[in-house]
Each structure stands twice: as structure tokens, then as C-alpha cells.
Design a protein around this ligand. Sequence first.
Ligand SMILES: [Zn+2]
Length: 380
Amino acid sequence: MKEFLESHKKNMLHLLELLVNIDSGTYHKQGVDRIGEILTSEYQQMGFEVKVYQEEEFGNHLVIKHANCNRPSIIIAAHMDTVFPKGTVDERPFHVEGNKAFGPGVIDMKASLVSVLYAMKTLMNSGNEGFQNVEIVINSDEEVGSLTSRSLIEKHARNKKYALVMEPARKNGSIVSARRGKGNYVLEVTGRAAHSGIEPEKGRSAIEELAHKVIQLHELSDPDQGINVNVGVIEGGSSVNTVSDHASAQIDIRFSEMEQAEPLTERLEQICASTDVSGTKVSIHGEINRPPMEKNEKTRKLLRIIREVGNNVDVTIDDTATGGGSDASFTAAIGVATIDGLGPIGGNAHSTKEYLEIDSLVPRTLLLAALIQRLTEGKR
Ligand SMILES: [Zn+2]
């Protein structure tokens, strides 16, 4: 398989260039669908069946499996959308500098799309049957929280034993064995406006109230427990000499274990159930939108297998936890052994400096193919 991939490295990079040079920001349906069409055609040529799930606002989602696929035990999850709006490719198209490739979405996660396709190709070419043991779900709205694809991912993960999620490997090559859960809330404070020079005593400052709340919310953070509460945006008031009648805050919460979610959200509500500045009103709304991916016994077992496979193909595997969310949270939450970060190595995702380490493309694709083969042998 290694030889096959080495001899196809140029083709892999050509496909990557083609994919990167199509803007496919989540809200640019046309572009995302173009990526979907290219992948569909590639997979169909290899004897795979592609089911297209039509979407109105976002790009269509794809579910792909080989025509001879029978009760697959592996789901592979990848996404086609990027965080970059239409026009980004014109500003900074795909380009290579030394061992690094740059361009919008190059590592998050167009290189992974190439990697999955070539893992299938090399399995087929080598006569391994692993390619018949996977169902590949490629969604179009991961970067905004998989609003329309979550249920599709969950549905296709439910009867699987393993979930391999194709977010990029970390800069140091680590794969991802745990992710924190996440929620977003908006806090609104209503006060009463008054002229701050003439009759300040008639006012009730929403900003003053919000300030109390921000302190109390941040105090909920408990780094040792993996809990973080961050007020990331505040807004309020109308002029410098007016007691503010309105203020609001946007809150991001993170937690390591699902058990922490309820007590944490209860504390949020408690804090917002009373006021420190009398006469103001406080309300909070929002929800938990990604469960945590916990490093449990199933994860550890899969990780051991990946390490062994890594040894066989000369890829050293370290794993790490990260605070960011991904679709791995959804498959892990329904009890499927899940590992993330199985894409090629790169960094600076979501920024103009995003890059792929070109030399990682073949080894990580080989690792993926060998892993699929190994998990398929274990199925018998
Ligand atoms: Zn991603």
C-alpha cells in the first residue's frame, strides 16, 4: 500500500489543489456542492455508491459505501465546508512552499478528503477487503455545528463499532482521543435609562448588573475539572452620560464530562435568577450544542490498536485532548468507539496561515488504510 500511495502522491496533490481552489465556505452552497460532485464522481468510478442528501441552505451531504459493502463496522466522518467565504481562493489560492501547502481549507479538511479517497483506492488496489467495511459520511455544515447533518451522522454511526473522524492531526502529529463538550448562551440585562448628570438616581444600570454577572460566570471555571466559562462578547448602553437600560453578553461553556453539564447549566441559571442591582432584570437562553467526547475504555482499546498499526507502518502515534468541538462528539456520545484527528498533519486551521505538512499526506493515508484493514480483520 505504501508503494501505491507514494507513486500516487502527485495525483493526491493535484486533487488537493483542485479541491482547495474551490471556495466552499459553509454558506456558499454552490461551492460546497461542487466539492460534493467531484468526490461523487471519484467514488462512483471506483464502484462506490453515493447517496446525496439534498439541503436547501447548506451544501448537500454525502453517504458513500462500496457496492459490495455488507454490514460495515466503521463509519468515517469528514466535512466539505470551510470557514472561509466566497472570494478567499482569489486572494490566496493553493500554493506550496517547501514542505507546506497553503490555501483555504487545505488542512481543515480538504487534505483529509483526499486521504480518505486514497485510503480506499490503496485498499482496493492491494486486494484488501477493508474498503467494503466502511460507510463514509461527508457533511457540509460541520463548521457551524452540523446543524442539518447531526442526525444523519448519528443515524449512520448507531450500528457501527468504530468511528474514525478525519479532523486534522495536531501540529505535532497527535491524534485526538478526547474533546470537551460545549454550549452557547446569551445573557440579557434590562435596566432603566436616566440622565447620569441630572437624575442618575432614577436609573438602573444594566451595565453595572452585567459586570456582576460576568465576574460570577467566570468564577464557574474550574480548570482542574476541565470546566471553562468564557464571556466572549459584551454589548450595552447608548451614550456615555446615560445610565444604561440594556446590556448583553455571549457566553461559551466547555466541560470534559457529560455529568458536569447539568450542574454547570444549573449554576448558570442560578446566577441569572437574582440581581445585584435592584430594579434590573436578567434573562439567559441557550443550549449545549456538542456533548463531550470522553476518553473511555472503548477509546483506549481503539487507541491501542491504532498504536500497533502505527508501529507497523512507521507512524508514531501520540494522542491528546482538545477543547474544540467536532462531529466526533456525536458518534462518541452514542457509544461508538471514536478517534479523531486521523487526517494529515498541519496547523493554524481557520486562519490565513493554515497549512498542510505535505510529507504527512502519504504516511497518514497509509495509517488510515492499514487501520481500516486491521479493524476489518478483527470483524471476522
Ligand atoms: Zn474541521
